[in-house]
Ligand binder design. Structure first.
Ligand code: ADP
Length: 294
C-alpha cells in the first residue's frame, strides 16, 4: 500500500512510564483511518509522535517517507486540527485566514476555497470568540486547509461539540476525504462516530493497540457493544423489539452487534427518534460475553 504514515513499534515514555507500548499505525494514501480509545489511552501522544512533534523512545515513524522527528520536511502537505482550536480573537476569521495564507504563500483564492470547503460561509466575518464550538472547529479546519494539505490529521475534533455539531464536523471530514481525496487520520473517544468516516480503525487502550480493522471486523470480533444512554431500560426494550439481543447493564445496555452493521446504525437512529440519547458506544471485551449468556 502507498502510505502517507507508517509507524511501527512506537514506544513513548513520560518520566520513565510507558504511554505508548509498541504501537503500529498506518494511513494509506487517500485512506480515512480512525483512532479510538478512552481518555488517556495515548491518542494525542501517538499523533504527536507520528507528526514528529514529540520525540519517541522506540520504534520507527515514516511520514511522507521521512522520519518527521529528524526531518521537518516530512510535515509538508500535512494539515493538523487539534481538540481545542485557538485562533486570534481580535479579527474576523476571514482576515486571520488571509494573513495566515499570506505568511505561508498561499493564494487569496485558497482562502475562499477553504472557507467554502469547511462550511464557514456566512460566518467568516465573525471573530473567533463569536463562533459556536462547531464553527470554531470549522475555522480550524479552514486554517489547516490553507496549506493545500494532502493529509489531514484531526485529534478529537468533536470532543467539545454537541451531537448535531459532531455529525456536521464528521461529515465535513468525510467529504474532504471522499470528494477531495485527502488522506485522513481522525481520533475520538467514541467509536460509533468514526464508523461512517473511517474505513479502518485502530483501537488504543492503555497505550497498547487493542484491535485494528474495518468497523465491520471490529464489531464482529467483539460481538457485543455497550451503549451508554440516557434511558437504558427503554433502549434495551426498543433494541429487543428490533430483534437485537440486549440487556440493561448498570448505566448502559449491552447489545449483540455481530450482524450487519447497517442494522445497528438503523437501530441507533431509531433510538434517537424515540428520544433515547446515545452518549457512547464501546465494544465489549470478549470475556463479558459469558455474563450475557447468564
Ligand atoms: P489521549 O489523547 O488518548 O487522551 P494522551 O496521549 O493525551 O491520551 O495521554 C496518554 C497518557 O500520557 C496519559 O496518561 C497522560 O497523562 C500522559 N501524558 C500525556 N502528555 C504528557 C506529558 N507531556 N507529560 C507527562 N505525561 C503525559
Amino acid at each position: 500500500m502507498d502510505t502517507v504514515l507508517e509507524a511501527r513499534g512506537v514506544v513513548k515514555k513520560y518520566r520513565g512510564q510507558p504511554v505508548l507500548d509498541r504501537v503500529d499505525l498506518e494511513v494509506g494514501r487517500g485512506e480515512a483511518v480512525g483512532l479510538v480509545g478512552p481518555n488517556g489511552a495515548g491518542k494525542t501522544t501517538l499523533i504527536k509522535v507520528s507528526l514528529g512533534l514529540a520525540r519517541r523512545d522506540g520504534g520507527r515513524v515514516l511520514l511522507n517517507g521521512l522520519d518527521p522527528w529528524r526531518e521537518p520536511r516530512a510535515r509538508e502537505g500535512v494539515g493538523v486540527v487539534f481538540e481545542r482550536p485557538n485562533l486570534p480573537s481580535s479579527m474576523p476569521v476571514v482576515e486571520f485566514l488571509e494573513s495566515a495564507a499570506a505568511i505561508i504563500g498561499s493564494s487569496p483564492s485558497r482562502v475562499d476555497w477553504a472557507i467554502r470547503a469547511a462550511g464557514l460561509e456566512g460566518h467568516e466575518w465573525k471573530t473567533f470568540p463569536q463562533l459556536s464550538a462547531g464553527l470554531k472547529q470549522r475555522a480550524a479546519i479552514a486554517h489547516a486547509l490553507l496549506g493545500e494539505p494532502r493529509f489531514l490529521v484531526a485529534d478529537e475534533p468533536t470532543s467539545n461539540l454537541d451531537p448535531l455539531e459532531r455529525r456536521e464536523v464528521l461529515r465535513l471530514l468525510a467529504r474532504l476525504n471522499r470528494e477531495h481525496g485527502l488522506s485522513l487520520l481522525v481520533s475520538s473517544h467514541v467509536i460509533v462516530e468514526l464508523l461512517r468516516v473511517a474505513t479502518r480503525i485502530y483501537v488504543l487502550a492503555g497505550g497498547r493497540l487493542a484491535a485494528e480493522g474495518s468497523p465491520e471486523d471490529l464489531f464482529r470480533r467483539a460481538g457485543l457493544a455497550r451503549l451508554r444512554t440516557s434511558n437504558p431500560s427503554l433502549a434495551a426494550e426498543l433494541l429487543r423489539s428490533l430483534g437485537f439481543e440486549a440487556r440493561e447493564d448498570g448505566l448502559g445496555v449491552v447489545v449483540r452487534v455481530d450482524g450487519p452493521l447497517h442494522r445497528f446504525y438503523e437501530a441507533l437512529a431509531r433510538l434517537g427518534r424515540e428520544g433515547v440519547e446515545v452518549l457512547g458506544v464501546d465494544l465489549v471485551e470478549p470475556g463479558v460475553e459469558e455474563a450475557m449468556a447468564g
